[in-house]
Design a protein around this ligand. Structure first.
Ligand SMILES: Nc1ncnc2c1ncn2[C@@H]1O[C@H](COP(=O)(O)OP(=O)(O)OP(=O)(O)O)[C@@H](O)[C@H]1O
Ligand SMILES: [Mg+2]
Length: 693
């Protein structure tokens, strides 16, 4: 054998070895994913076999029945209805209240707007003493405390904004049991940083007056969650210090891994776990392709808001960066939409002002970063849309070039890239049910979408084109770049491809090339690499573990291109409809705004919820007793006579006289229809280059 032959064979062997190693790595990754999925599926199976509220961990496997009767039933019903004004429990609420009342630690996983607050607020009112609630955000705490105050429940908060007088009152209440204090909200820093507070709490506990501890947004404990907060990590101390006080941890989003993690962090291994579905059937999900021209995007958003929400219905536009929030808010205003921005750079008062104007429906749209939303209770939208259970729309604007901007922000987080690539797949998909992606992510059994996403509501005509040759070109270009010790960002790569693809004779548009590169990253043919500079982190694209398969022609690469979108026959759930309100509902809406501004500027929805307005207008009560059977004692005492007056005035009026914002819809008997037609919206529009938060 000649040396040159040996060398040649050696090279081939090395290339093949590299290939095998890549495949092994791929298989190991796959194995790890399958293990993870296996454990998730086992957990689901367990949950399917045991009724909800079973003990999930620890030696005892006896199934407890939390829906039976308990000694506090009558009192609980009375407080729920007459103080909270809630006529029926939603799924799992009753069981959770019973478990907390029985003194158990409880973990509650319930979708946004599902009604987690009642699960600790009701036991807090029922049990003797003070309930401690830990919540991550000031705006959220303010919202909750105001809502409770409107119900006449003595709730206070101890945060950086609490004045000296209030602080004194709270400390006296904790230490000596003086004054009326039922629910105390604190931020997690109070627990981890304020020795003074902890010593007062200790005294409160010692006197037997600490009734329960609620940890809201509990996923913040876990590094695997999407919103880890370091101060939440220390909350385990609460269980160590007060082992007999029931802890109730609540969150809307927790994968199985996050659940296990937060049970460990909070030291509640034997908690009773209640998992409700992540499905929010009233939300309609859509993804739209985002133009590369910023002005066009804002034009589209403004048009969407004006057309779909002509009656000033509330909404949120989420943006990626703070600077962008300000820009988009301004540009929306220029286009006649009442909008303002909200982000973490603003001082507390400015933020509170915007939040209040929006909550009082004086402002239609908040343009915010993710700093806005979590848990804020504006029933018709907030946090995520449609908390009142009425139809709402969630629209996401996406273009492939957004990928690297996002990835350079999240790559250092646990599962950051994996989660990002999942959502990118969600955006890229032109045929798969959008809901299905949520069920898969949270390892939940699939449920019917009922045509409530764009891909289910419209039949997309998708053209599939073979771009294997383009893919080969991308891979060999990147190999060459790597051999020369250089790097390319996605945009640079796409620019180069634009000229190089001419030799293939098949011209892809810039957006299509971006989509191709992103797909190749998702499919591990390419991968992203990150490099820090003094000012930022840059994302580069380089060859990934499966690149060779593409080069060798073992892997065909296809690109899906949307050619036409049409309504599925017979399914027009998503068709444009406008708000319909019966005349009386409109009048009652006006009344609640008026009453709320008289009543110390509380929120209109704290006076009457939209659901209560619908019920009043359907039932037309004519006496205080009748009204009380709809909205409970407290609200009837406070506002009953005014409400009855309005109902009576309306009954005696000529329907023509009532001036509705939406003239052609302003007829009677729409109360029930309204349930189906009222919508609010959340729009997500991401791009730009500075950081979020
Ligand atoms: N049983 C019920 N019947 C009618 N309305 C309810 C019921 N329970 C709660 N609500 C209302 O639903 C809305 C959302 O409740 P809540 O703020 O507790 O949601 P959440 O589960 O904490 O959501 P998030 O995860 O966004 O914080 C509130 O307006 C609340 O008054
Ligand atoms: Mg909440």
């Amino acid at each position: 054998m000649e040396a040159s032959d040996v060398l040649e064979e050696l090279l081939t062997v090395e290339v093949e070895l590299q290939d095998v190693q890549d495949q092994i790595k791929h298989l190991l990754d796959r194995q790890e994913k399958l293990y993870e999925r296996q454990s998730e599926l086992k957990a689901i199976l367990e949950a399917c076999e045991a009724p909800s509220g079973s003990t999930q961990d620890g030696p005892s496997t006896s199934v407890e029945d939390w829906s039976g009767s308990f000694e506090w039933d009558a009192l609980a019903d009375d407080v729920r209805f007459n103080i909270f004004g809630i006529s029926e429990y939603r799924a799992n609420q009753r069981e959770i209240v019973n478990a907390v009342m029985s003194g158990r630690d409880v973990l509650v996983i319930m979708a946004a707007g599902g009604g987690k607050s009642l699960c600790y607020q009701l036991p807090a009112v029922l049990r003797d003493g003070v309930a401690l609630v830990v919540s991550p955000l000031l705006s959220l705490i303010q919202d909750q405390v105001m809502g409770l105050a409107a119900l006449g429940i003595p709730a206070f908060m101890l945060t950086s904004t609490t004045g000296k007088e209030d602080e004194k009152f709270i400390y006296r209440a904790l230490e000596k049991g003086e004054g009326e204090l039922k629910i105390l909200y604190v931020t997690p820093e109070k627990i981890s940083k304020s020795k003074r507070f902890m010593s007062k709490l200790e005294k409160c506990h010692h006197a037997g007056r600490l009734s329960l501890i609620a940890i809201d947004e509990a996923h913040c404990c876990s590094q695997w969650g999407h919103d880890f907060r370091p101060d939440y990590k220390n909350l385990g101390i609460l269980k160590t210090q007060f082992p007999k006080v029931p802890v109730v941890a609540l969150t809307a989003t927790a994968t199985h891994k996050v659940q296990l993690d937060l049970m460990e962090m909070l030291q509640i291994p034997k908690c009773v776990k209640f998992v409700s579905t992540v499905n929010r059937p009233n939300l309609f999900y859509m993804v739209r392709e985002k133009s590369s021209v910023a002005k066009v995007v804002v034009d589209e958003i403004a048009e969407f808001i004006r057309e779909s929400y002509p009656n000033n219905e509330s909404g949120i536009v989420y943006c990626f960066s703070r600077r962008e929030c300000e820009q988009v808010a301004k540009e929306l205003r220029d286009r006649g939409v009442s909008a303002d921005y909200y982000h973490a750079d603003m001082d507390v008062h400015a933020r509170e002002k915007v939040h209040m104007r929006w909550s009082n429906s004086k402002l239609q749209v908040i343009v915010g970063t993710v700093a806005f939303g979590m848990g804020i209770n504006k029933p018709d939208v907030s946090g995520r849309a449609g908390r009142d259970g009425l139809p709402s729309e969630c629209l996401l604007y996406f273009r492939a070039a957004d990928g690297p901007r996002q990835s350079s922000m999240v790559f250092y987080e646990n599962s950051g890239l994996q989660n990002l690539y999942d959502i990118v797949r969600y955006c890229q998909s032109k045929r798969q049910c959008r809901r299905g992606a949520f069920f898969r992510h949270f390892a939940e059994a699939l449920q019917d979408c009922n045509g409530m996403c764009d891909n289910c509501a419209f039949s997309n005509e998708v053209k599939e084109i073979d771009v294997s040759e383009h893919a080969k070109l991308v891979v060999s270009l990147l190999q060459e770049v790597r051999e020369n010790d250089q790097r390319l960002t996605m945009l640079q790569l796409v620019d180069k491809m634009k000229t190089m693809q001419k030799e293939l004779g098949a011209d892809l548009k810039k957006e299509e090339l971006e989509q191709l590169v992103l797909n190749l990253i998702l499919d591990r043919v390419l991968k992203e690499e990150f490099q820090h500079t003094a000012y930022s982190t840059n994302a580069y694209v380089t060859v990934g573990p499966l690149a060779r398969q593409v080069l060798q022609g073992k892997r065909a690469v296809k690109l899906e291109i949307l050619s036409k979108q049409k309504n599925v026959v017979g399914n027009n759930k998503s068709a444009k409809r406008s708000l319909t309100t019966s005349g009386l509902e409109f009048k009652l809406d006006e009344l609640r705004k008026e009453l709320s501004s008289i009543d110390g500027g509380i929120f209109p929805h704290s006076v009457l919820s939209t659901q209560q307005i619908s019920m009043i207008s359907a039932k037309r009560p004519s006496s205080l007793e009748e009204l009380e059977s709809i909205i409970g004692k407290v609200k009837t005492q406070r506002y009953g006579s005014k409400i009855l007056e309005e109902v009576e005035k309306y009954a005696n009026s000529d329907p023509q006289d009532i001036n509705l914002p939406n003239q052609n819809e302003g007829t009677e008997n729409k109360a029930s229809k309204r349930q189906k037609t009222k919508r609010a919206t959340v729009i997500i529009e991401s791009s730009s280059d500075d950081e979020a938060g």
